[in-house]
Ligand binder design. Structure first.
Ligand SMILES: CC(=O)N[C@H]1[C@@H](OP(=O)(O)OP(=O)(O)OC[C@H]2O[C@@H](n3ccc(=O)[nH]c3=O)[C@H](O)[C@@H]2O)O[C@H](CO)[C@@H](O)[C@@H]1O[C@H](C)C(=O)N[C@@H](C)C(=O)N[C@H](CCC(=O)O)C(=O)O
Ligand SMILES: Nc1ncnc2c1ncn2[C@@H]1O[C@H](COP(=O)(O)OP(=O)(O)OP(=O)(O)O)[C@@H](O)[C@H]1O
Length: 504
């Protein structure tokens, strides 16, 4: 961070429409939440979806704020009258101003980093992990920001948001640069693009994985959802990327590619049997996939430990992005077989058993259908069965329960319905709301509220070639029951169940 920064320096860095006062007082922090303001902090008061940060400007001043940035002319007019002692800036867009001021305060770490941003409804986390692994295989030092966790030059941190507020992003970047990072790989959610959480970060490479129905509670229409994603590519609000990597299978691919090209980006498309970066003659195996990688930089046969067609797409996206970041085709081909599945995203648990066990984060009916579909793809023509363990969260959308029951039954040969964070609800009550739809599918099922017992049961029922899917928790490490949060890791429980099976 810039320890010498004064208010008067900061003013130079922010686009503003009004200003009052000046100050040579050193600034000790930038905050967008009044509850985090300490003596010497600058408070950025911005309008939000559920409240208005401007309501808390007085509170921030009482906590010792050294200056205020506001996106409200009413607040600006009020403060210049009642707090003439505090320097104030009025800005047009609160979150973009937050990004500008944070970049400056944290010493412009973005200037020392090449950024790859990944957006899309599905595949962001997986693609981001793969890009980071490819860059690290070429001895680059990276920062990763995403849903599961953050990596700061090799150190793992818990994730707060898929894409945090710009202030928190810049703090991570500054730390990463200090520890030698030269690359940033970040998931960019549509919320982040809409709000400007990644404003002031120039993206060298931008990746678009896909667009399916989601987050309409926030964006309201698919057009607005797409428009938010397009912002990463079209140069209208943020600078256009140098290279745009786009999934050729998506129905928006052509229009997005055209928008990116118009903005001056080099476009690379990818796909299975289509696109400039493509997989041909692919085969799915229980251990992953094998295909010929055909690209403008060369062709080679490769094998991957990541299962399912969607992961071939994620891998192609990552390969095209890492090549844009300067890895050679040979470096990429050498690294591909070493890439590990992402924790909790179609993650195999292998203890040498004759069937497949997969842990996945799928916790919506769509995701569950996707997951059972991937398992069917993997079974191909074999006589293996799909055995699915799943549950539904308590104190959450109850309409999901019958939908999940139907999705599990329709996609599986055997279902074990269990608990998944029952929270304050009775686990048996939740299961009773799942059961009628599950029963209606006509598939054999068992209700076992104890999640560990359910996983043991599924593993004990598996025969050679079967696929056991453990859905819902993915990378999560806890189960929330009534007033307790207990450690719980699906992959570990599955490993214990496999070890027990091995002893019999
Ligand atoms: C819909 C959404 O994006 N909400 C985020 C947003 O809230 P908001 O704009 O409504 O802010 P607000 O609560 O109205 O507050 C306005 C301002 O007042 C401030 N405030 C508030 C209270 C107070 O006492 N003092 C104070 O200063 C707040 O810090 C904020 O600056 O800004 C808040 C502060 O950073 C976030 O905590 C909040 O995330 C909520 C909890 C959330 O659930 N966000 C999800 C939807 C999200 O962003 N998800 C995407 C991933 C989606 C995906 O792909 O799955 C993500 O990138 O994580
Ligand atoms: N390229 C893809 N296309 C469609 N579905 C995918 C793709 N990649 C992954 N999936 C499915 O979406 C699930 C979530 O994958 P991933 O975590 O990589 O995506 P994400 O965009 O980060 O989503 P989330 O924010 O929910 O974590 C996977 O378990 C898989 O079932």
């Amino acid at each position: 961070m810039n320890l010498d920064m004064q208010w008067n320096d900061l003013v130079q860095e922010v686009t503003h429409v009004g200003a009052q006062g000046d100050s040579t007082q050193p600034i000790t922090g930038i905050e967008y939440d009044s509850r985090r303001v300490r003596a010497g902090s600058v408070f950025v008061a911005m309008k939000g979806g559920s409240t208005d940060g401007n309501k808390f400007a007085e509170k921030a001043i009482a906590s010792g704020a050294a200056g205020i940035l506001t996106d409200s002319s009413v607040t600006f007019d009020h403060l210049i009258v009642y707090h003439p002692e505090i320097p104030i800036l009025e800005v047009e867009h609160g979150r973009r101003a937050l990004a500008q001021v944070s970049a400056a305060y944290f010493g412009h770490p973005e200037r020392s980093l090449a950024a790859t941003g990944i957006t899309g409804t599905n595949g962001k986390t997986t693609t981001a992990f793969l890009v980071e692994s490819l860059l690290n295989s070429a001895a680059r030092t990276s920062i990763l920001i995403g849903t599961i966790e953050y990596h700061v030059a090799g150190e793992v941190r818990p994730s707060i948001h898929t894409t945090p507020e710009s202030r928190d992003v810049f703090e991570l970047l500054a730390e990463g640069v200090y520890r030698g990072a030269t690359e940033l790989v970040t998931e960019v959610s549509s919320h982040a693009l809409d709000q400007g959480r990644v404003a002031s970060i120039p993206f060298d490479v931008a990746v678009f994985t896909n667009l399916t129905r989601d987050h309409l509670d926030y964006h309201q229409t698919m057009e607005k959802y797409y428009a938010a994603k397009r912002l990463l590519f079209d140069g209208t609000v943020y600078p256009a990327p140098r290279v745009a990597v786009i999934n050729a299978h998506d129905e928006r691919a052509r229009q997005l590619a055209a928008a990116a090209r118009r903005a001056g980006a080099e476009v690379r498309t990818y796909g299975i049997g289509q696109g400039d970066w493509r997989a041909v003659d692919h085969k799915l195996t229980p251990g992953g996939a094998a295909f010929t990688l055909e690209t403008p930089a060369g062709s080679a046969k490769v094998t991957s430990r990541l299962a399912g067609e969607v992961n071939i797409l994620n891998l192609l996206a990552a390969v095209a992005a890492a090549h844009a970041r300067g890895l050679t085709f040979d470096q990429l081909v050498t690294a591909i077989p070493t890439l590990q599945p992402v924790p909790g995203r179609f993650q195999p648990v292998d203890a040498g058993q004759t069937f497949t066990v997969i842990v996945d984060y799928a916790h919506t009916d769509d995701a569950l259908r996707n997951l059972t579909g991937l398992a069917r793809q993997m079974l191909g023509g074999s006589d293996g069965r799909v055995i699915t363990v799943f549950g539904c969260g308590g104190d959450r959308d109850r309409t999901k329960r019958p939908k999940m029951g139907a999705a599990a039954g329709e996609g599986s040969d055997i279902v074990i319905a269990t608990s998944d964070n029952p929270r304050s609800e009775d686990p048996l009550g939740i299961l009773a709301e799942i059961e009628p739809a599950l029963r209606a599918t006509g598939k054999p099922y068992i209700v076992e509220p104890d999640r560990a017992a359910a996983i043991h049961l599924a593993v004990s029922k598996a025969k050679p070639h079967d696929i056991v899917l453990i859905a819902g928790k993915g990378h999560e490490k806890e189960q929330i029951l009534a007033d307790r949060t207990i450690p719980f890791d699906d992959a570990e429980v599955a490993r214990a169940a496999l070890a027990e099976l091995g002893q019999h």
